[in-house]
Write a protein of this length. Sequence first.
Length: 181
Amino acid sequence: MPTINPVNPEKADTRTAATLQAVRKKLGVLPNIFTTFAQSPAALNGYIQLGECLAGGRLTVRQREQVALAVAQENACQYCLSAHAAIGQGAGLSDDDIERARAGGATDAVDNLVTLFALKVTRTRGEIGDADIAEAHQGGLDDGLIVEIIAHVALNVMTNYLNKVAGTEIDFPVVQLQTAA
C-alpha cells in the first residue's frame, strides 16, 4: 500500500494533468512512478526533463538500462528493478544480460565497464578513488562519459528513493530482489 498516494490524473491541476497525458501518449501507458511524482509538479517535470536530456547523451539505451538495473538492485528498489527489467527487455537485453547488469556487469567490455562504474558510484555514494577513475580511463571511458554515468546514477537513485519511500505499487511484471549470499 502506498505511503504517498499517486495523483489521479483526472483530478490534477491543468498543467500536471497535461504533463501526465503527454507521458501516457508517449509511453502508451501511465506508470505509477509518474503519478507518484505528480504530488510535486516541480519534481515530476524535473524528473522528466533530466531523463529526456540524458536520453540524448552518449550512453546507449542498453547501457542506460544496465546502469538502472545495477543501481536498482544495489538500492533494493523492487519497483525500479521490475520497471527496468521490462524496459531492458524492450531494449534488447536478454534475461542473462539483465542478471549480469543487476550484479554490475555485462558481456560487452565497454558495457561492463559502464555498469561496474555505476555500481561503484552507487555503492560508495560517490567516494570513488583515483584507481577507479584510472581504470575507467584505461577502459575507454573519458571524463564526459564518467560524468554522464554519474548523472544516470543520480537519476536512478532519485527514483529508487521515491519509490521506496512512497511504496509505489509495481505496475510492471514483478522481479524479485536478489539477496546477499
